[in-house]
Design a protein around this ligand. Structure first.
Ligand SMILES: [Zn+2]
Length: 210
């Protein structure tokens, strides 16, 4: 059984988002998109037509991407490619998929130092809510414990990257994270680093758990 999900590409074939198959069919039937890869041997049938079941569709006209991603611990992990923001550890399960239980959510400027629920981010010179994309990173348990209620500089710990509101690429990786298995029909259109089961990037330490 194919996944009900379809990878939607922009008009330049850049991956855009993951949509339900009903939405993909709607785009194809209204001539806003074309099917560029189908799930083999499967058809979407109605009384009058049988369409190849789309796996990947591309828009005919270029669309500006507007993604709003819900802030959650799981989505922060996906944004950070399941990698600790401090030590670079990327906990993996035996099957090579990310081990989410090996990571925690760290408030870079800790809640204990918030004033009225907001914190000051020295790197962007902005005040933000404690729990928001710009003040949250994935951290392994050891780093989170070591850092405790301190800022990275107070704890003498370096951040590998400043936390950010999800970019378009982040939004896509977060969408991928929601899918148990990325269909093989999609892989030709996806850069490796957006795949949850991709090999860890070079230089990142991996701990085999379980
Ligand atoms: Zn760590």
């Amino acid at each position: 059984m194919p996944t009900p999900f379809v990878l939607q590409l922009n008009a330049d074939y850049g991956p855009m988002k993951v949509v339900r198959w009903e939405r993909a069919i709607e785009l194809v039937l209204s001539a806003k998109a074309v099917t560029v890869a189908a799930y083999e041997g499967r058809f979407v049938r109605s009384a009058s037509l049988a369409l190849p079941w789309p796996a990947v569709v591309s828009l005919k006209r270029y669309a500006r991407a507007r993604e709003r991603v819900r802030f959650s611990s799981r989505n922060v992990q996906a944004r950070d490619a399941w990698t600790c923001a401090y030590c670079g550890l990327r906990p993996l399960l035996h099957d090579g998929r990310p081990d989410r239980k090996g990571l925690t959510l760290d408030h870079v400027i800790p809640r204990a130092q918030a004033k009225d629920g907001v914190v000051y981010l020295p790197w962007s010179r902005r005040w933000v809510k404690v729990s928001c994309w710009e003040n949250a990173v994935a951290a392994c348990g050891a780093c989170n414990t070591r850092k405790a209620d301190r800022t990275p500089s107070q704890a003498h710990m370096d951040l590998r990257m400043y936390p950010r509101v999800p970019t378009h690429a982040d939004a896509l990786r977060i969408a991928m994270d929601r899918i148990a298995h990325v269909p093989p029909e999609w892989t030709a259109w996806l850069p490796e680093r957006w795949r949850a089961d991709a090999e860890p990037v070079e230089g990142v330490r991996v701990r085999d758990r379980g």
